[in-house]
Design a protein around this ligand. Structure first.
Ligand SMILES: NC(=O)c1ccc[n+]([C@@H]2O[C@H](COP(=O)([O-])OP(=O)(O)OC[C@H]3O[C@@H](n4cnc5c(N)ncnc54)[C@H](OP(=O)(O)O)[C@@H]3O)[C@@H](O)[C@H]2O)c1
Length: 439
């Protein structure tokens, strides 16, 4: 990679005192015992940082003080790092100066935002300069949306290698098994995530969040994505008798990322983009709920998402007071799952892809740890390490999705982060499908 030359730090975790940031720091500390990783924890308050990390038994080898309101501190941080992992949200409010500092210093940048209108802004403004500089600006790189993004990219590559065909339809199902014991509200969402949701609702262009093509710059490709793969919010039947609810916590994020990855891959390889139909959902299983009860729950979850979509499309005069009330009375920064509620989660993703000619393949993922706040921290840490290593990821810069930035060759590395990907179920199309495709 041309841009990132010698630095004294491989990875810096900025916002390391936060609910997710402290777990990223813990993961990097663990990894540094096995490999020569040079990492630092960064935050606006060194004492608080030390106190928070101390409480979870983490000692950072280097501590940097940086504040999003102090551009010089951001420049100094970025100048020392190959990769900055930014955990300071809401990103709509705080992200831009960190991105600017990284780009100016020629340092790769990664964040966890799900604030899609903000990601759109960053693509519009910084994709060109970042491509020229060979700097990777990687957004939405947590549970949302690294696993689904890599899995669908892998299916697309495999279909091309195996059959020379493009994907026509992709279904993704997520299964989550929480740890035993009564669920708590803090298991579901951190204050940081809640405040980010409020920030999206306050955004001028909040409606764009429901557009599956919001992250695609080419108008023709975007129109084809909207036609082929609109985001549907209804409860529906999945594989077998599974009842599927819309993706949690938000059904609007993964589709936008996955379609951008496909468009970026097509343009990098000089092919015409061929949008596919993408659907995703959470399997309502486990427990003793009857099938009718599952449909009722899925219906209620769908209704909630329909309500949120309605709010995103409402006039700013209505949205802004709602967003500021949410930000005031909702959980604030620091609220999140207790340390003893982070382990013990098991989750799996199954991707079933079908090519335009009817050939089929599956990609599986088995993972553990709280998806949002422990698995996310581990996979972000591993992604940061990969980006810091020469030659470990594709040699390209720009405002990129996780799969475009990391490539699929690295998926085995995520085993260390407790994510086990496998590809299987390659099945040639039935004769009838072969006939349909004219082969
Ligand atoms: N994509 C995903 O799957 C995923 C998963 C998890 C989280 N997220 C996102 O990640 C973000 C962080 O979530 P979280 O729950 O970890 O948040 P959090 O606990 O509120 O942490 C926020 C961090 O930002 C720091 N900070 C705030 N203002 C700052 C400033 N002016 N300068 C420097 N640092 C500042 C805080 O430092 P202090 O401690 O000093 O206040 C804290 O370290 C949210 O936007 C959330 O939506 C996404």
């Amino acid at each position: 990679m041309g841009a990132v030359t010698d630095r004294d730090l491989d990875v810096v975790v900025f916002g390391a005192s936060g609910v997710t940031g402290r777990r990223v720091a813990a993961y990097l500390a663990e990894r540094a015992e096995e490999t020569p990783l040079r990492w630092a924890a960064a935050g606006r308050d060194a004492d608080r940082l030390a106190q928070v990390l101390d409480a979870i038994g983490v000692s950072a080898p280097v501590v940097l003080v940086a504040d999003v309101g102090d551009p010089r501190s951001l420049a100094a941080m970025a100048a020392r790092a190959r990769v900055v992992l930014n955990l300071v949200g809401p990103y709509t409010r705080y992200g831009r100066p960190v991105i600017e500092a990284c780009l100016a210093a020629g340092c790769h940048y990664v964040d966890l935002t799900g604030e899609v209108p903000f990601v759109r802004e960053i693509i519009d403004e910084f994709n060109g300069p970042a491509s020229e500089a060979g700097v990777k600006l990687v957004q939405i790189c947590g549970f949302e949306s690294l696993p689904p993004d890599l899995m669908v990219a892998l299916a697309a590559e495999r279909a091309r290698e195996q059959w020379g065909e493009e994907l026509g339809a992709v279904d993704l199902e997520l299964t989550i098994a929480p740890p035993p014991g009564l669920p708590r509200p803090s298991d579901a969402i951190s204050g940081g995530t809640f405040q980010s949701a409020a920030a999206i609702i306050a955004t001028e262009d909040a409606a764009s969040v429901t557009d599956p093509a919001v992250l695609i710059s080419d108008a023709g490709v975007a129109a084809a994505v909207r036609r082929t793969s609109p985001i549907r919010l209804g409860a529906r039947r999945g594989s077998g008798a599974a009842v599927l609810a819309p993706m949690a916590p938000a059904p609007f994020i993964n589709p936008a990322v996955i379609h951008r990855t496909a468009a970026l891959a097509a343009s990098a390889e000089g092919r015409a983009a061929m949008p596919f139909r993408y659907r995703e959902g959470v399997v309502l299983g486990g427990g003793r709920a009857s099938q009718p009860a599952r449909w009722a729950i899925a219906g209620a979850l769908s209704a909630t998402q329909v309500g949120l979509r309605g709010l995103a499309h409402a006039s700013p005069r209505l949205r802004r007071p709602v967003a500021s009330a949410m930000a005031r009375v909702g959980p604030a920064s620091g609220f999140g799952p207790a340390g003893n509620r982070l382990e013990g989660w098991r989750w799996a993703i199954w991707v079933h892809a079908r090519t335009t000619a009817g050939n089929e393949l599956d990609v599986h993922l088995e993972a553990d740890g709280h998806p949002g706040y422990l698995a996310t921290a581990r996979l972000l840490g591993e992604a940061g390490m990969l980006l810091a290593e020469d030659g470990a990821t594709p040699d390209r810069g720009g405002a990129l999705t996780p799969a475009a930035a990391l490539g699929t060759a690295c998926i085995e590395r995520f085993e260390r982060a407790h994510l086990r990907f496998s590809i299987g179920g390659l099945s040639a199309a039935a004769d009838a499908a072969g006939t349909r495709s004219g082969r």
